[in-house]
Write a protein that binds this ligand. Structure first.
Ligand code: FMN
Length: 328
């Protein structure tokens, strides 16, 4: 289980335990003590089996939009169990939610020491890309390889999108960003290209208040902007309409655009389309023509609260290769 550790003394205890057990990487006392000292003030995640920490990872801000994987370690007997990968996933989620665009990490260049070669392979397997080698950053015997990862490439945006139901900061969302989000929505695929989904962007504070006034019980009450998704049951061919698939694809595209631009949202459909038909009240406030249904609202804004990814079932339970009894 991964825990975000806040207590500085606990952080130091964990980092000391792990780093002292890894002399292959952290033999030099001065630098090891530096890592332990720094760990007290950096965001730190630890992996626990029962009460025993088996690994940890710290992030450090190195620029307004860049974090560094400052240090990580997993006990040797616990290697190859996916612990480092899970620690990094938690840290990446955190950095993305805080709006950082890149994560960098430094290690000794490939081909110098076998133990560090494994470290290089691990970073590459996480998706890091080679940025630069600086031969004399540390010392001649330890040429420094810098790796970098964009938190805003499609795969990372998909991985760091989560439903957000906390409070929003009051800052207005620039119109350009709202246009980009709506554009992502209308660029989605649609059955027979019937383009059955339309969108009303709401950023007028008075109108937003009116909409929030009909959402009972309230959700997204502090959001500074909202995307209202409209669907029209246009026939694609014979008696078939794909309007649900169409608006679902449009919504997911918009959620990803929202995440990529550093905002948060949540797909509110059940809440507004239940028997009390909040959707119809919203349609009336927006003068939506009869041929459209309001099917979903997506609040847009910067998160004011922390939040966590929901649990997903294990990969292997939902994904098989070649046949349902197939092994990965
Ligand atoms: C069709 C649909 C309807 C949803 N309706 C609501 C809703 O009314 N209220 C809500 O809080 N979340 C709603 N959600 C969000 C889901 O609860 C959320 O996607 C799910 O719990 C998984 O979490 P994640 O989005 O963070 O991965 C809806 C999602 C979908 C796809």
């Amino acid at each position: 289980m991964i825990r975000f550790i806040e207590d500085p003394e606990e952080k130091k205890k964990i980092s000391r335990k792990i780093l002292e057990a890894l002399p292959e990487w952290f033999e030099v006392e001065e630098s090891r003590e530096g890592y332990i000292r720094d760990s007290a003030i950096l965001p730190l995640w630890a992996f626990f089996e029962g009460d025993e920490a088996q690994g940890f990872l710290c992030l450090k801000e190195t620029g307004r939009e860049t974090m560094e994987l400052a240090v990580m370690g997993v006990l040797k007997e616990c290697h190859r169990k996916g612990i480092g990968r899970r620690l990094f996933a938690a840290a990446k989620d955190y950095a993305a939610q805080k709006g950082y665009l890149f994560i960098q990490v430094k290690t000794v260049r490939y081909g110098v020491y076998p133990d560090y070669d494994r470290t290089n392979e691990f970073y590459l397997s996480l998706g890091f890309k080679e940025l630069e080698v600086i031969d004399d950053l540390w010392d001649e015997a330890n040429p420094c390889q810098i790796y970098v990862m964009s938190l805003k490439d499609a795969i990372n945006v998909i991985g760091t999108r989560h439903s957000y139901r906390g409070k929003y900061l009051p800052d207005p969302v620039p119109e350009e960003d709202l246009k980009q989000i709506a554009n992502a929505g209308i660029n989605a695929p649609s059955g027979c290209n019937k383009q059955t989904t339309s969108i009303v962007v709401v950023n007028d504070p008075e109108l937003l208040d009116k909409i929030k006034g009909v959402i009972d019980p309230p959700v997204a009450a502090t959001a500074p902007a909202m995307i209202v998704v409209l669907a029209s049951k246009i026939v694609a061919y014979r008696d078939r309409t794909f309007y649900i698939q169409d608006y679902s694809a449009a919504i997911e595209n918009m959620l990803l655009a929202i995440t990529a631009l550093g905002y948060q949202s949540c797909w509110y459909e059940g809440h507004i389309t239940d028997e009390d038909r909040i959707c119809d009240k919203i349609a009336e406030l927006l003068n939506v023509p009869d041929e459209y249904e309001v099917v979903c609202i997506l609040p847009v804004g910067k998160a004011a609260d922390d939040f966590h990814a929901p649990g997903k079932k294990p990969f292997g339970e939902r994904v098989k290769f070649n046949s349902w009894d197939g092994e990965l």
